[in-house]
Design a protein around this ligand. Structure first.
Ligand code: UDP
Length: 309
């Protein structure tokens, strides 16, 4: 039985990937410190090691190592900048060493954040990024950029089979709506279902392109299992841009909510536009997003109503 280690495997993305891996007949170990995931999200077949990725002590051999552990919510990571950097510097190094010892395939989950406030929209993988190395988002952006560099270094120097993905604003069931962890989609849904004000940062003209979690799992599974992808970097996202104001209106409409849309202070260093050029993923993975925003939001609304209120 092939074995897979998923760091951050109890989180939103990791738990969906763990389910898929179990379904495909792999033996899955999840490494997670439960710092941002508040309950067990994975099936009972999964072995859970409760430990920070930078402190990893296991020496087992895995065919696949997927590094997802991170604190992706801006409001949370700006308050935890050192922890955020550690999991994506020392943590990445520890997992790469484990992969090198066991000749594992290493899949690093980077982020569209490596592009910073991109000036090329949709953004292709070849765009170098427009990123502050010291701003409040730098703990996340630069951790991801350093980890990409380190992953490529292990690939070039040791011939390690590595693949890097850059997901763009993935959403869906199990993404946390609460407090500082609430990314925009689940937060707006929760506000709408509670009849609370929908809090738009700034004028709401900033854009994002959202990807439904099932599409992310599908692309990621292909990245993990397909041959001849070593050394590649791929955007995993959607090119369909929507303004945050449009998103708020859509969620109000879909939930039939009495909520009012209010404008609050703009976030510092908030990227103005974000959209993925997925030509490369389409070609190499023979993949494209299948779930449109309308359907994905419906699924997510139902999940928030059922499980997260
Ligand atoms: N946003 C907002 N109100 C909120 C939360 C987020 O207007 O209550 C905006 C935020 O300023 C950003 C976008 O929604 O422009 C996406 O924010 P999110 O926290 O989901 O993550 P990001 O894509 O910035 O990493």
């Amino acid at each position: 039985m092939e074995k897979m280690l998923i760091s951050g495997g109890n989180g939103f993305l990791g738990s969906h990937l763990a389910e898929r891996a179990i379904m495909e007949g792999l033996k899955v170990t999840v490494l997670d410190d439960f710092s941002t995931s508040n309950r067990v999200n994975v099936p009972t077949e999964v072995t859970i090691i409760k430990e920070r990725v930078e402190d990893i002590s296991i020496q087992d051999h895995f065919e696949y190592i997927v590094h997802l552990a991170a604190r992706p919510s801006p409001e949370d990571y700006i308050l935890n900048p050192v922890e955020t950097l550690m999991s994506n510097s020392i943590g990445t190094m520890k997992l790469l060493e484990l992969a090198k010892r066991g000749s594992s395939r290493f899949v690093y989950t980077s982020s569209s954040e490596v592009y910073g406030n991109a000036t090329m929209i949709p953004t292709p993988e070849t765009y170098y990024g427009y990123v502050s190395s010291w701003g409040i988002r730098s703990c996340y952006d630069e951790g991801k950029r350093y980890s990409e560099a380190l992953t490529m270094a292990y690939h070039r120097k040791f011939g390690l089979d590595t693949r890097i993905q850059r997901p763009f604003n993935v959403y869906g069931p199990r993404i946390r709506p609460d407090g500082l962890y609430g990314r925009v989609v689940p937060r707006f849904i929760q506000q709408a279902l509670n009849g609370e004000n929908i809090t738009i940062h700034g004028d709401g003209k900033q854009t994002r392109s959202f990807l439904y979690v099932d599409d992310w799992v599908d692309a990621t599974w292909r990245m993990i299992t397909m041959d001849d992808l070593d050394g590649n970097i791929l955007n995993i996202g959607s090119p369909d841009e929507i303004t945050i104001l449009e998103l708020a209106n859509l969620i109000v409409k879909k939930t039939n909510s009495p909520s009012k849309i209010v404008h609050v202070e703009k976030r510092e260093d908030d990227p103005v536009r974000r959209s993925a050029d997925i030509t490369k993923a389409k070609n190499l993975l023979r993949w494209k997003p299948e779930t449109n925003l309308d359907r994905g939001l419906q699924e997510t609304i139902e999940w928030v109503r059922r499980d997260a209120m």
